[in-house]
Ligand binder design. Structure first.
Ligand SMILES: [Zn+2]
Length: 319
């Protein structure tokens, strides 16, 4: 994916209604914690975690690269000292293709009742079907931004939480089989998160909130108020955007209404978990031109974008 489900909101509204204040954006003052309270975030480290994933090759379920990268992700999370639960299941794509999927779920302080879930998809799209060269449409995307960036940021968050000795109940989920979908079939995306939401690996799992990172490393990205996040979790979105302001990242975290995106957050919203999708857009309102193309590679990953997202997230987690 991620298809813009409502094209009018995604492309038109951003271009035409940039001054419109979206629901909930300015209605409630949010207390901002001092930035120095939060643990640091090292964009170089996050960048290296992204590069390592890309080195495996496209992480398409059923491929050797996917298996090798999944093993590496499990290992990296275990190195942070958290409890790791691996959920393996064969899911089925829209065309019937069996997808050997692996959701990787890491828990910090599992005894804490109050829990926050951070997630990103680690699989990559098998087809570069947005590439300007149609000869590339059947080739897999490298997935540096679309997939690896969110995972790279969360690996760095996990590393920092461990170094800081955080006592908070924080869970990190690397979800699979997000990007094997078909345009026009909204249910064909986010298969791994749907499975996780319907079959939580911990009985009664009910985090009070969740934050999805998707395409958080692209050079030139901005983060607008994604439509479904703003509609169903406006207070959480306000709180995250307040942390962006508190850390000097208000230039990238815009109060502009954003497109409506079919993504993993919808599967969590469906089961009642307030979830915000921090997802990179192009300033023109669509996705960056590298989206679902062979150019979604490391040359288009920006440490500045990673730093903005990472420092915002660490600040928010420290509140
Ligand atoms: Zn995608």
């Amino acid at each position: 994916m991620k298809a813009i489900a409502l094209t009018i909101l995604g492309a038109c509204c951003l271009a035409g209604c940039a001054k419109t204040t979206s629901t909930g954006s300015d209605s409630t003052p949010v207390q901002e914690a001092p930035a120095q309270m939060s643990a640091p975030f090292d964009a170089d480290s996050a960048y290296s975690f992204i590069a390592r994933q890309v080195e495996f090759g496209p992480r398409v379920p059923g491929t050797a690269a996917h298996t090798a990268c999944g093993d590496w992700l499990e290992q990296k999370l275990r190195e942070t000292g958290c409890e790791v639960i691996v959920q393996r299941v064969t899911l089925h794509a829209f065309d019937g293709t069996p997808l050997p999927a692996r959701n990787i779920f890491a828990r910090f302080n599992p005894q804490a009742a109050d829990r926050t879930l951070l997630l990103a998809h680690w699989d990559t799209r098998p087809w570069a079907d947005n590439d300007p060269d149609s000869a590339n449409h059947s080739k897999p995307v490298p997935g540096a931004n679309d997939g690896a960036s969110g995972v790279g940021v969360l690996l760095e968050v996990a590393r920092q939480l461990n170094l800081a000795g955080s006592d908070k109940g924080i869970d990190i989920l690397f979800t699979d089989a997000e990007d094997y979908g078909s345009d026009g079939d909204e249910d064909s995306w986010a298969l791994g998160t749907r499975y996780f939401a319907e079959n939580p690996p911990v009985a009664g799992y009910a985090p009070k909130q969740a934050v999805l990172l998707d395409m958080v490393g692209g050079a030139g990205s901005i983060f607008t108020r994604e439509y479904f996040s703003n509609q169903y979790a406006p207070a959480l979105l306000d709180d995250l955007w307040a942390s962006a302001r508190a850390t000097g990242n208000e230039q990238l975290f815009s109060n502009t209404p954003g497109g409506a995106i079919t993504d993993d957050h919808l599967e969590l919203l469906k089961v009642g978990i307030p979830t915000v999708d921090i997802i990179g857009f192009s300033p023109d309102g669509g996705f960056l031109p590298t989206w679902h193309t062979l150019r979604d590679d490391m040359t288009n990953i920006s440490r500045e974008t990673l730093q903005a997202v990472g420092t915002t997230l660490m600040h928010w987690l420290s509140k």
